[in-house]
Design a protein around this ligand. Structure first.
Ligand code: I3P
Length: 106
């Protein structure tokens, strides 16, 4: 699965809050037990990642609706085994469910 999502970095490691905590529109690609981030679909095609970020390993990741996050709708959270945690906002419930399923099945 790939497409645009709004992303907020919450944790950059166990007990380490992310320093850049604002929401950004990123193009996300879930593939082969990894999620990769790009500025847009064109950048994804060239393989040039968003701000040079490395892909996030999805093995043993936890992904679910961010029911405790009330400021925005259709938000899900993804916590990777390395302690990175992100919030993602989809455009509606259906899109959110598709992303959660894609992450869990990656
Ligand atoms: C952040 C930005 C985020 C906000 C975050 C701020 O500031 O306002 O939208 O998260 O709050 O730190 P900046 O743009 O200056 O980096 P929310 O939208 O979830 O409130 P936080 O630090 O409490 O997560």
């Amino acid at each position: 699965l790939e497409g645009n999502l709004h992303r907020k970095h919450e944790w950059e490691g166990p007990n380490k809050k992310a320093s850049n905590r604002s929401w950004h529109n990123v193009y996300c690609v879930v593939n082969k037990q990894e999620v990769s981030f790009y500025k847009d679909g064109k950048a994804a095609a060239t393989g040039l990642s968003y701000h040079g970020e490395t892909s996030l390993r999805l093995q043993d990741a936890v992904c679910d609706v961010a029911s405790e996050y009330k400021k925005k709708k259709h938000v899900f959270k993804l916590r990777a085994a390395d302690g990175n945690e992100y919030l993602f906002q989809a455009k509606d419930e259906e899109e959110m469910s598709s992303w959660i399923a894609a992450v869990l099945n990656a």
